[in-house]
Design a protein around this ligand. Sequence first.
Ligand code: C2E
Ligand code: MG
Ligand code: MG
Ligand code: MG
Length: 280
Amino acid sequence: KAKSAGRNRVRFFNPQMQEEVTARANLEADMRRGLRERQFYVEFQPVVDASGNVTGAEVLVRWRHPKKGVISPADFIPVAEATGLILPLGRWILESACQQLVAWSRDPRLGRLKLAVNISASQFHHPEFVRDVIEVLADTGADPRLLELELTESQLVEDAEAMIVNMNRLRDQGVRFSLDDFGTGYSSLSYLKRLPLDHLKIDQSFVRDLLVDPNDAAIVRTVIALGRSLDLEVIAEGVENDAQWQSLQALGCDLYQGYLFSRPVAVEVLQQLCRQRGSD
Ligand code: C2E
Ligand code: MG
Ligand code: MG
Ligand code: MG
């Protein structure tokens, strides 16, 4: 390693790099502490059907840092993945989701809501992941059919065979799956057919310019057609205005998520939304 660094070794003493390393180490230490001190919390972003009824929500984690304020998952999830902290954090998120499902289970309005939880590659590929999910379901008593795990296409590329085995083990318990950010990776269509999926989520980058960029419109149309032929429901992410929603409806999209309906919100706000918009 030292040899290959060769003449460029001086880069290691670059003060800016040193700063970055220190910042990352600090962030990791802060995260460990944040986990102990319950600085993480989850928000819920509703998923609606063609009539605007809430069918469920995506669980999105946030970090209320004591000094830096609320930090976005885009900034700390990569650090959690690199340090292994995604395992305790991910388990805590899963537990929170399952506890929420149980809290709703007796309510006629809320008891059928599904919760979708994002799962990182390093989390899913951990040898104990399947056992952990089954354990959390058993410990909380949540209905596995209301829990959906969101995986991304890039995870698929890593080790598709192992992934299929693990997905099937959870599927046997009733757990559902969706493929997140669809269209941004390199899914092999032959694998797609073999995965026990329920939903494809069209990435928000295609929805954003759906009305102005014919290429994005073509991708959206293709994903919806693909979903239909594989018997998967398609969820559009990042729906921000009525024109996008109408266009997606015309193309036959099944479910929708985005600021048009609601930003990610606290559980009380989600419950209120369900009472207003209905939940069937
Ligand atoms: P994602 O799973 O694709 O989640 C969707 C992201 O889009 C969320 O950002 C959400 O707030 C945002 N979003 C929703 N509707 C709209 C819209 O209409 N317009 C725009 N511009 N954005 C919208 P967020 O919460 O910042 O999360 C970012 C990413 O961080 C997520 O992307 C996911 O990859 C990751 N993430 C979030 N929570 C978790 C978690 O609990 N576990 C793991 N492993 N990753 C998570
Ligand atoms: Mg997601
Ligand atoms: Mg997504
Ligand atoms: Mg994303």
